[in-house]
Design a protein. Structure first.
Length: 146
């Protein structure tokens, strides 16, 4: 794999994940989550959240999405969306099911909706990553001067 393409996709993907997360989680579904958060959950959530921790999480997810999209050789925007959505869904089901089994922070409806919202967020990022990777030529790696 071309590290320059992976680096570019990861950075662009992280920015898109952060932006989509702000819109989806902070604006669109925040009321739903608030209504499905237990008293214990209200006591443990940080207000305001640590954005630096989210940036690290977004870089990690963006790297995974970039690798997934890059492995699909010549992924289209639609293909990037599908790849990102599937990866996001699988990760979010894993996390939500684990949290539901171990905590009482959210009610069951939140654990059902969460993977769907994450899937949409990751799908958007996957589509943008695919669009960006289509513009970065393969083999565009940085080479030493001769």
């Amino acid at each position: 794999m071309d590290m320059k393409r992976i680096a570019i996709g990861t950075i662009v993907g992280a920015v898109v994940i952060q932006a989509a997360g702000l819109v989806l989680f902070d604006l669109i579904v925040s009321g739903f989550y608030a209504a499905n958060t237990s008293d214990a959950g209200r006591a443990v959530f940080r207000m305001p959240p640590l954005r630096l921790a989210f940036a690290l999480a977004d870089l990690s997810m963006a790297a995974l999405l970039t690798i997934g999209v890059a492995l699909r050789n010549n992924a289209t925007i639609g293909g990037g969306f599908a790849t990102g959505a599937v990866i996001g869904l699988l990760i979010a089901v894993y996390v939500s099911a684990g949290f539901y089994g171990n905590t009482t922070i959210w009610a069951l409806p939140a654990h059902v909706v969460h993977p769907l919202v994450v899937s949409l967020q990751a799908g958007i990022a996957g589509a943008v990553i695919a669009a960006v990777l289509a513009r970065v030529p393969k083999g565009a790696a940085v080479r030493a001067a001769e």
